[in-house]
Design a protein around this ligand. Structure first.
Ligand code: ATP
Ligand code: LTN
Length: 338
C-alpha cells in the first residue's frame, strides 16, 4: 500500500489505569471512525505514563489492557497500526532533540503540567515538565496530518505545531505541521459526575465521579443516578449555571447520536431522575459490545502480543525514515554507515 495515498492520523492514551467514558467519547470513538479515510497509528504511550510513579507489575498489565481496549473499541490491526511507544526508541530520541527547540517558558504555561505538579507535589520530575516534547515527537515522527484528541490536549497540540514550525524554519520543512481534531463540542470534554466543573479523569479519586469503560452495567446506572445536578429543577443547557445537567445532556447526545436540540425536546417535560437513568442506559447500550469484545481479546495474550509486535515493527520503520532526515538536517552523523 502506498502511504502517500492517505493522510496520517496519530493518537495515543496513557496506560495509567482503566479508561473512562471521557476517553471513549472524547477520543477512542473518533479514532475508530477515522480508520477508513486515514492511515492511522494508535499508540499506548507508556513512556508518558512514567511521569507519575507506577507500580512495574501493574504498569505492564495496564499496557496490555489498554491495547486490548483499543481493539475492543473497534481499532482494527488490519487497517491501523497499534503499538507501544517504548518499543519504538525513536520517540524518546526525537523528544530529546525537540526539547532543544522548546523554550522553558512555553512548557511553564502548560495547564496539564500545572495541574499534575499540584497533584503530585512530592514528584515534580523533569519528565512531567518536558512531557509535551515527547508528545510532539510522537506526532512529528510520522508526518502526522491530524491528531484526534479531547479538548484538554489542545494546548499540547499547539505546542507541537509551534515546535514543528520552528524546526522547519531553522532548517528545511521536514515535519508536517499537525492539525488537532477535537471531538464535537459536548463529547470533547466529558465532566466528572460528582464535580461537573472538572473534566472526567481516570485518576480522579472518587469512584462515583468517573464511569469506567469496563464498569458493570448496574454500576454505571448507579453512578448516573448519583450524579450531581442542581436545585433548579429544570432541564436546560447552561454549562455555567447547570454544569451537571449540561454534562448529562452531552453524554446522552453522544451516546444516542442525537443533537442537543433533540435532547432538550426529548426531556422537555421531565425531571432530573429521567435524564440520569436514560443517560446511564444509553451509555450501557454503547459499552455493551465493547465489553463483550474486550473479554475475548484479553483472554488471548499471545495474539495481543503478536499484534503489538507487528505494530512496533511497522512504526519503527516509519520512524526511522524520519530520523534519517532529522539527523541529516541537524548535522549529526548518518543513521547507519552500511
Ligand atoms: P489521566 O487522568 O491519567 O491524566 P487522561 O484520561 O486525562 O489521563 P489519556 O489517557 O492520555 O489522559 O487520554 C486519552 C485521550 O482521552 C486524550 O485524547 C484525551 O484528550 C481524552 N480525554 C481524557 N479525558 C477526557 C474527557 N473527560 N473528555 C473528553 N476527552 C478526554
Ligand atoms: N498527552 C496525551 C496522550 C498522548 C497523545 C500523544 C495524544 C501522548 N502522545 C500523541 C495524541 C498524540 C494525553 O494525556 N491525553
Amino acid at each position: 500500500m502506498n502511504l502517500a495515498d492517505k493522510p496520517t492520523v496519530f493518537s495515543g492514551a496513557q496506560p495509567t489505569g482503566q479508561l473512562t467514558l471521557g476517553n471513549y467519547l472524547g477520543a477512542l470513538q473518533n479514532w475508530v471512525a477515522m480508520q477508513e479515510e486515514y492511515n492511522c497509528l494508535f499508540c499506548v504511550v507508556d513512556l508518558h505514563a512514567l511521569t507519575v510513579r507506577q507500580d512495574p507489575q501493574a504498569l505492564r498489565e495496564q499496557i496490555y489492557d489498554l491495547a486490548a481496549v483499543y481493539l475492543a473499541c473497534g481499532i482494527d490491526p488490519a487497517k491501523s497500526t497499534i503499538f507501544v511507544q517504548s518499543q519504538v526508541p525513536a520517540h524518546a530520541e526525537l523528544a530529546w532533540i525537540l526539547s532543544t527547540f522548546t523554550q522553558m517558558g512555553e512548557l511553564e504555561r502548560m495547564t496539564q503540567y500545572k495541574d499534575k505538579s499540584q497533584r503530585h507535589r512530592t514528584n515534580i520530575n523533569a519528565g512531567l515538565f518536558t512531557y509535551p516534547t515527547l508528545m510532539a515527537a510522537d506526532i512529528l515522527l510520522y508526518g502526522t496530518h491530524k491528531v484526534p484528541v479531547g479538548a484538554d490536549q489542545k494546548q499540547h497540540l499547539e505546542l507541537s505545531r509551534d515546535v514543528a514550525t520552528r524546526f522547519n524554519g531553522a532548517f528545511k520543512p521536514i515535519f508536517q505541521v499537525p492539525d488537532p481534531l477535537i471531538a464535537s463540542s459536548g463529547s470533547a470534554r466529558v465532566k466528572d459526575l460528582q464535580e461537573p466543573s472538572k473534566k472526567m479523569s481516570k485518576s480522579a479519586e472518587s469512584d462515583l465521579a468517573k464511569v469506567m469503560l469496563l464498569d458493570e452495567p448496574k454500576t454505571i446506572l448507579k453512578k448516573f443516578k448519583k450524579a450531581v445536578t442542581d436545585s433548579q429543577g429544570v432541564i436546560a443547557y447552561d454549562e455555567e449555571a447547570q454544569p451537571g445537567v449540561a454534562n448529562l445532556l452531552n453524554i446522552w447526545c453522544a451516546a444516542t447520536n442525537n443533537s442537543l436540540e433533540n435532547a432538550l425536546e426529548h426531556f422537555s417535560h421531565n425531571m432530573y431522575g429521567k435524564l440520569k437513568v436514560e443517560s446511564g442506559e444509553a451509555v450501557n447500550a454503547i459499552l455493551a459490545p465493547v465489553q463483550e469484545r474486550y473479554r475475548d481479546i484479553i483472554a488471548d495474550r499471545g495474539e495481543l502480543i503478536k499484534i503489538l509486535d507487528n505494530g512496533a515493527e511497522v512504526a519503527r520503520q516509519r520512524a526511522e525514515e524520519m530520523m534519517v532526515k532529522v539527523v541529516d538536517v541537524l548535522g549529526l552523523p548518518p543513521r547507519r554507515s552500511l
